[in-house]
Design a binder for this molecule. Structure first.
Ligand SMILES: NC(=O)c1ccc[n+]([C@@H]2O[C@H](COP(=O)([O-])OP(=O)(O)OC[C@H]3O[C@@H](n4cnc5c(N)ncnc54)[C@H](OP(=O)(O)O)[C@@H]3O)[C@@H](O)[C@H]2O)c1
Length: 323
């Protein structure tokens, strides 16, 4: 089958270890299902993997990709949940110490075929295209859990999103808007601020700008570059949810502010299969659809990786396969 594979790890030049070419088909396995993928989408996770973050050398070659939608062996249209937990684990899969994401221990979705535990398949709503569905299992699921599970935002809450263009940021704005949350966004880039407003943000600010008032929750995917601003933007008793550190992971925290203002700092990773089902229902009910930056055939995956690592995307990059 055709696949985008990590064949070498390089912290400084991640794309040097990316190969688009033939890879062995997955061998059938008891309790697992083979999905013929119609669309996959890229995440920053794929670039971290090529840098060697969460992917040791001895697991190479590894098919990259967490996100995918396609057709299972019975002809059902499915979305793949990317969190693979231990078969004996019960409860929130994201808290299983043995869990991995597709492409960390098991081959991922940037391929013609992917083998996943059968319980990781979620029916694709008919109203969503394969391209749209393939955007959801990582960035959109992460955004859903950040807003509704971890921060517990309510209609009418005010939420600040650091960064405007990333897959998670665009998902946060669209989901918050659809559920009556007042979404504020920062971005270093004027054009991205304008696009965030088009997407439904209530206000868009320059990175680090003083805000008109403190917010109920902050959604952090940028990290060190925006951390200080995030804590300053948060009201007493507010929650900052952290899921990423694209702009650096070593940040300084003024602990006096944290305890005096009783701020809550909450980490979040991906989401459960239940949350993915609820996210799909939310999209079906509201008509909200993922923001797609570009669609390319899998053969041109390298171009997609270049765009993502260049930081110029707005929304998701989708890779497709013919029916
Ligand atoms: N924990 C999880 O489960 C999980 C799931 C999904 C993603 N993530 C992580 O979340 C992060 C976001 O991923 P993504 O795919 O949505 O998008 P991304 O391509 O990593 O971009 C995120 C945002 O970061 C901003 N940004 C990047 N570098 C910056 C810098 N040096 N200073 C200020 N802002 C900067 C950009 O905003 P502007 O250009 O608009 O300023 C962009 O909107 C990644 O680190 C990813 O690994 C984690």
């Amino acid at each position: 089958m055709l696949a985008a594979t990590a064949v070498r790890l390089d912290p400084d030049d991640p794309l040097a270890g990316l190969r688009i070419g033939e890879h062995a088909d997955p061998a059938p396995r008891e309790g697992w299902a083979t999905v013929r993928l119609r669309a996959s989408s890229l995440n920053h996770h794929d670039i971290w993997s090529l840098r060697g973050v969460g992917l040791p050398e001895d697991r190479l070659p590894m098919v990259l990709g967490c996100d995918g939608a396609g057709v299972d062996e019975d002809g059902a249209e499915v979305v793949v949940h990317a969190v693979v937990s231990d078969p004996d684990y019960r409860g929130d899969e994201t808290l299983d110490p043995k869990r991995s994401l597709l492409s960390e221990r098991y081959d991922g979705t940037l391929a013609d075929l992917v083998l996943v535990p059968r319980r990781n398949l979620v029916p694709k709503p008919a109203g969503l295209t394969f391209e749209e569905a393939a955007c959801l299992p990582t960035a959109w699921l992460t955004a859903y859990r950040m807003l509704f599970t971890q921060a517990g935002v309510q209609p009418g809450s005010t939420v600040l999103v650091q960064g405007a263009g990333g897959g998670v940021s665009t998902a946060l704005v669209a989901l918050g808007r659809a559920t009556g949350v007042r979404m504020w966004v920062t971005s270093r880039d004027e054009a991205k601020r304008a696009r965030a407003l088009d997407l439904g943000a209530d206000q868009a600010f320059e990175a680090g700008a003083r805000l008109p008032e403190r917010v109920d929750a902050v959604m952090e995917t940028v990290g060190a570059a925006t951390w200080e601003h995030s804590l300053k933007a948060l009201r007493q008793g507010g929650t900052v949810v952290v899921t990423g550190a694209t702009g650096g992971h070593q940040a300084v925290t003024d602990l006096r502010r944290v305890f005096f203002l009783q701020q809550r700092i909450v980490g979040s990773t991906m989401g459960t299969r239940d949350e993915l089902e609820r996210l799909l229902r939310l999209l079906a009910a509201t008509g909200v659809r993922p923001v797609i930056d570009s669609v390319l055939p899998l053969e041109e995956a390298t171009e997609g990786f270049r765009r993502l690592s260049g930081g110029h995307v707005f929304g998701k990059i989708v890779l497709t396969r013919p029916a």
